[in-house]
Structures are given as C-alpha cells and as structure tokens.
Design a protein around this ligand. Structure first.
Ligand code: NAD
Length: 488
C-alpha cells in the first residue's frame, strides 16, 4: 500500500499540486515511512500568506473577542475529541513514549487554546488617569490590536505542544498564522487543520506549509514581505538566520533557542530527589527537550555517591517501542540526529571521558533495528573545554563534574554561551535564593525540573533566545499595543 500523503493546509482546506516535490516522513521507531509530505513551494507559501492576510479583514477580523475565544474553545474540544488520532500521529512522527505524549504533549496542545482564550478575555487595557502631574488635561489608555500575519516556525522535539504554544496566543490576540512545522514532524500540524475547519474557524486564519528551512518553505515564509511577525523555536544558528530575515521590513521576532543547561547539586540536597530529578532532567524525551540537563556539577563530598546512584537509576530506564508498557525512553528523532549524537559520544571518548554508563547503540531486537536508538549515557572526567561540555548535544546524555565552593558552582554554570535553564538542588533556603539570583538563565528551578505554571515567563538569556513567552508575555508579543491620548 502506498504511504499516505501529508498536504499543505491553505485558506481553509488541504491543497495539492501535481508539481509538488515530495519528501519522506520516516518514523524514528523503526525507520518505516509514515507519510509522503508535499513540500510547499514559494508559490504555495505566497498563497498561504495572502490567505492569512485576507482573513484579517474578513470574517475573522470582524468577530468579537468572545466569538473568537468561543472558536478557540471549540478547537480545544475538537483536539480532545480526536485525542487518539493526535496521539498516534505524534508517536509515529517522534517515537516518544505513549505515556509521555498522552500525559503532556496532546493535553497541553488542547490546554493552550483554553488558557490563552481565558487569558486574553481577562486582560484589561491600561488606563492612565488625568489627576497626576504627568497626565493633567488628558486621558491616556491602551488598545491591543493584532500584529497581523504571524509566521510560526517550530521544531520537532515537542511538535504539537510547542506549535500550539504559539498558534493559540497568536489567534487569541486576533492574528492569523502560517505555521511551518519541522520537516521531521508534519503530522499533528496537519491534523490541527482538520480540527480548525471542523470547529468553524474561518478560512485563512490557520494555514500550514510543509518543508525544510534554507532555500525551502521556512525561508520562503520568513522572507515573505506580508508576514508581520515571526515566532521561532529551534537551534540558535537557525535563529540567527531567521533574525536576519526578520530585519528586512523590521518585523518583530520572538526566538526560543538552544541550551546547554546545568544542574548544581549541593551536598545539602535531598539526594533521593536530586538523583531522581536529574534522571528526569537528563533523559526525558530521550534528552530532546531544550530544558534538558547536559552538565551536572556536584559538590565534592557527595560526588562519588551521586554518580553511583545516578548510574543505577539510569540503568533502570527501559527503552523500547513507545506503545509498549513500562517504557521510559524512545529513540532520537532521526537517523541523522543519531549520527550527530553518536559523534559526541566519540568526542567524549577521544577527550578522555570515563563512560559511567551507555555510550553506544542498544540492541532492541530486529523490529526496532531500523530506528534511531542510542543508549542513555553518563560521563565524568572531561575538561570544561571539551566540545561535549560546550555544545548542545540534544541527546540522552550528561557529564558529571565535581565542584568545591558555591562560587565555583555558579561560575561553572554561567560559563556557557547559552542561558536557558538551571536546576539547583539544595535544602538550604538562603543558598537557593542566592544561587538562583546569580545564574544567568531565563529559568532557575530549585529542587524540581520542568515544573511549569503557564502564566510565567519562559525564554532564554544569552544565546538561548530573545523575548519571553507564556501568559501575559505571549499576549504582549502577539499584540500591537497602541496608546490613545484624549485631550480634555
Ligand atoms: P532547527 O533550528 O533545526 O529547526 C527548527 C525549525 O526551523 C524547523 O521547522 C526548520 O525547518 C526551520 N528552519 C531551519 N532553517 C530555517 C531557515 N533558514 N529559515 C526558516 N526556517 C528554518 O531546530 P530543531 O532541530 O527542529 O530543534 C531542536 C533545537 O530546538 C534545539 O537547539 C533545541 O534546544 C531548540 N529548542 C528550543 C526550545 C526553547 O524553548 N528554547 C524549545 C524546543 C527546542
């Protein structure tokens, strides 16, 4: 049987062209072809952007805030009604364990539409009273307007969650979107087109174009002059390229980029929690979360015990088919990404690492032999100059290094071009606040990892990004805030 086709969703329906180039969407579980995907040409991207532009002035632009939000609630309901379809699509594209996609990715995708619809309705405008020295004789107030057409460029690691984290607030604020999911994970973005259509979202409000980055769909989209703002999550180098594109026409950009996140484990921590937390922060989603810990610094008195316990806990992780019971980790996203991760496994050995556990390819039997599997891996003994310590690997691996003082721990954590997230493990309250304040990151967790209140700001310092998403911070990015001044 021929594999099914994944089509671009433009102006309210799926579009196919006989001249479209096709690319393979392969499952990383076993290498089989999930679907053949139509790559959107420059002409298709233009069609999508023009449809999004027209929708701003069409029925979508004329909806009241309540009507718009009611549609977003209907989208959330529609995702939940088709939960099993989204779940199956996400697992086939990414190989992530059923238990993870079921608990996090798909429910959060639906929740994003509700959260931002609720939030936008509850957001008051600013009002500046006249009875102050500055405001005498006039009333000033703000009005939020949509920015216009928003290009949404998303990665493959949490495809549905991260795309909806952008699409939902963009639509809540009244924008229209053209989304380009990663070429590795096109399926859930396409499914969302069906949900949007069935929920009655007007044509042109949500468009999906499939394809690659440079000289392909992503570049056609980010360079399109009718795109008013770009929201991007992905690698730092890609972020730089997209920022250059956004500079033409002075378009707004929000960029959530890479990380090389540290964990600081102090001798006064709760060791059980620190070990369990580090296993989660290093190996969740096979290490493919931007927030994952790849550098672990442990205070010297507990170093040996921590490493021994981390090794034991890591070796208990079960790798296997995402749909099998009791599976903790799936494969990497693709054969290509596995080559990259394995190249770092080789660099670690060449640079003199002690391999505490892992370091290779697991044997999971003939059915999974075509998949992108690697072993969860822990190293010690590398110099801080090693590329394994400096560069984002984005795989199930971490390096553990001892430290002697709090100042040294902070210095090591901050010694990175990235600044996304850090975890501090300590039971000393003063130390927790002190260290959290000194770390140059967007998110400092204490005694937990990836605990997210969706109203809070999310984003990176240094080369981990610009801007913040989450709650009000998202609404600010997706709105043009206009001041109205009335002389009395
Ligand atoms: P990537 O940068 O390779 O690709 C991301 C998206 O950008 C894809 O859709 C891709 O097709 C597109 N793209 C690539 N080049 C482009 C170009 N020149 N113009 C327009 N679009 C282009 O990233 P990835 O490999 O898909 O994802 C992994 C990376 O994402 C890691 O670096 C990870 O840290 C980062 N990430 C960051 C966050 C965060 O919130 N900070 C969250 C998740 C992932």
């Amino acid at each position: 049987m021929a594999p099914r086709r994944t089509l671009n969703f433009i102006d309210g329906d799926f579009r196919t062209t006989s001249s479209a180039r096709l690319f393979e969407n392969r499952s990383p579980i076993d290498g089989r072809i999930v679907s053949m995907v139509e790559e959107a040409s420059a002409e298709m991207v233009d069609r999508a952007v023009r449809a999004a532009k027209a929708a701003l002035d069409g029925p979508w632009g004329r909806l009241s805030l309540k009507e718009r939000c009611d549609l977003l609630f209907a989208v959330a309901d529609g995702i939940e009604r088709r939960f099993d379809d989204f779940l199956a699509a996400e697992i086939a594209d990414t190989g992530k364990p059923d238990v993870l996609a079921r608990a996090v990715d798909i429910p959060r995708g639906a929740a994003n539409f509700r959260i931002f619809a609720d939030l936008v309705r509850a957001t008051p405008e600013h009002y500046f009273p006249q009875d102050t020295p500055d405001g005498a004789g006039a009333i000033n107030y703000t009005v939020r307007k949509p920015k216009g057409v928003v290009a949404v460029i998303s990665p493959w690691n949490l495809p549905f969650l991260l795309m909806t984290w952008k699409v939902a607030p963009a639509l809540a604020c009244g924008n229209t979107v053209v989304a380009k999911p990663s070429e590795e994970t096109p399926s859930t973005a396409a499914l969302l087109g069906e949900v949007m259509r069935d929920a009655g979202v007007p044509a042109g409000v949500y468009n999906v174009v499939h394809g690659f980055g440079p000289n392909s769909t992503g570049e056609f989209l980010t360079r399109h002059p009718l795109v008013d703002a770009i929201t991007f999550t992905g690698e730092t180098r890609t972020g730089e390229a997209i920022m250059k594109a956004s500079a033409v026409g002075v378009r707004d950009i929000s960029a959530e980029l890479g990380g090389k996140n540290a964990a600081l484990v102090f001798a006064d921590c709760d060791l059980d929690k620190a070990v369990a937390g580090t296993v989660r922060s290093a190996f969740t989603n096979c290490g493919q979360v931007c927030l994952c810990t790849e550098r672990v610094y442990v205070e010297r008195p507990i170093f040996d015990e921590f490493v021994a316990r981390l090794k034991a806990a890591t070796e208990k992780l079960t790798q296997g088919h995402p749909n099998a019971a009791g599976v903790d980790t799936g494969p990497l996203i693709s054969a290509g990404h596995r080559e990259k991760v394995l190249s770092y496994y080789e660099i670690a050995k060449a640079d003199g690492a002690r391999v505490v556990t892992g370091g290779g390819i697991p044997d999971l039997g003939p059915d999974l032999a075509g998949g992108a599997w690697v072993e969860p891996t822990i190293w010690t003994g590398l110099p801080e100059t090693s590329r394994v310590i400096r560069e984002e690997i984005f795989g199930p691996c971490c390096h553990v290094q001892p430290f002697d003082t709090e100042d040294e721990a902070v210095r090591l954590a901050n010694d990175s071009q990235y600044g996304l997230a850090t975890v501090v493990w300590t039971e000393n309250l003063s130390r927790a606040h002190r260290v959290a304040a000194k770390i140059d990151v967007g998110i400092a967790w204490v005694n937990t990892w990836n605990l997210r209140d969706l109203r809070t700001p999310f984003g990176g310092a240094k080369q981990s990004g610009i801007g913040r998403e989450g709650g009000q911070f998202s609404l600010d990015f997706y709105s043009e805030i206009k001041n109205v001044c009335i002389k009395l």
